[in-house]
Design a protein around this ligand. Structure first.
Ligand code: PHE
Length: 342
């Protein structure tokens, strides 16, 4: 019997199979109840105790070896079967698809939002199709303000309640103030629309990030510090800011903020028209009329607001000369920015 065990071990070692049915045949041949190894176990029962002691172990080893061999034949076959089906994956593209890249305006919007998020601002969003109240009336626009004119604003329906495309994201600030009581600390990114002829320097839609902070004792100095921090985070620690008096219906006092031109470092170049400064945003202390219109007590609370165009910030960072590039979706243009950021 020991010879038989040895011959069988050799034989099993050299088994091979190319089809699952062949593996099954081998299993039946060696391991089934009527198989060769079971027959050996039957013979074993008739042996003397002495022989049993000698042959028990080799016989069990043979059985385990055969079981492992047949299992491994089966596994190899199923592994190569899945390789075959991968090669036949008809949904695969013939050539690898190039990965897209983020739009430059999204890259810059995210950067602006991140900077303000680190200063405790949360993001608020609102509809692009708005009504007169949220875009103009609640924000202290006079009845005859030119922005209410068809020349400047896209109206969808006029009267009784005007429906229009928002001209700034200050409308989101109104929506938040109507619902929340101070402290309010939000930034509102989004697309806005103005009725302008399309050229290299103007478009009928663009993108803004506006900010609003309302609490007790908020001062103009708070506004200035937040904007200085923003300018330095965005354009580098050497950046200087300057505030010039301005006018917006919804802020009093109002200002426009310039930064030292980051292209010539403030010496004067074509971009800053030789002045060394470029305007990047409007800002001011929220007019008490606006707070009252939105249900916030202007005797108790004060606030500041600011707003900037994302295209302008992107032009300054990446020197894009023609605004129209942002909406043409030329992948050669679009793919330059993510790489530039890395
Ligand atoms: N809403 C103004 C605009 O669209 C920007 C602004 C926001 C100015 C907040 C002052 C305060 O131009």
């Amino acid at each position: 019997m020991i010879d038989k065990i040895q011959t069988l071990t050799e034989e099993i070692k050299n088994l091979s199979a190319t089809l699952p049915e062949q593996v099954e045949e081998l299993r039946i041949k060696y391991l089934s109840k009527k198989g060769i190894i079971s027959a050996l176990f039957n013979d074993f029962r008739a042996l003397s105790p002495e022989e049993k002691r000698q042959l028990g172990q080799p016989l069990n080893i043979l059985k385990n070896f055969a079981t492992e061999k047949i299992n491994s034949l089966r596994e190899n076959l199923s592994a190569s079967a899945s390789d075959d089906s991968a090669a036949l994956d008809l949904s695969r593209t013939e050539t690898p698809l190039p990965l897209g890249s983020r739009h430059p305006l999204s890259i810059v919007k995210n950067e602006i939002c991140d900077i303000f998020a680190r200063m405790g601002f949360s993001i608020a969003e609102g509809p692009e199709i708005e009504d007169d109240w949220h875009v103009f009336s609640s924000l202290n626009f006079a009845a005859d303000h030119p922005a209410r004119d068809m020349q400047d604003t896209f109206f969808i329906a006029r009267n009784p309640a005007d429906v229009l495309l928002r001209t700034h994201t200050s409308s989101v600030q109104t929506r938040v103030m109507e619902k929340a009581q101070p402290p309010v600390r939000i930034i509102c990114p989004g697309r806005v629309y103005r009725n302008e002829a399309i050229s290299a320097r103007a478009h009928c839609f663009f993108h803004q990030v506006e900010g609003l902070y309302i609490d007790r004792n908020v001062s103009f100095a708070d506004l200035k510090q937040v904007l200085l921090t923003f300018a330095r985070e965005m354009f580098g620690p050497q950046t200087q800011i300057r505030l010039r008096p301005s006018y917006f219906p919804f802020t009093e006092p109002s200002a426009e903020m310039d930064i030292s031109c980051n292209i010539c470092g403030g010496k004067g170049c074509a971009f800053c028209k030789g002045t060394g400064w470029v305007e990047i945003l409007g800002c001011g202390m929220v007019d008490p009329n606006v707070l009252d219109a939105c249900g916030i007590d202007s005797k108790e609370y004060t606030g500041y607001a600011f707003g900037m165009g994302i295209e302008r910030i992107t032009n300054l960072k990446y020197r894009v000369k023609d605004l129209r590039m942002f909406s043409e979706n030329d992948v050669r243009f679009l793919s330059e920015f993510e790489a530039a950021k890395r």
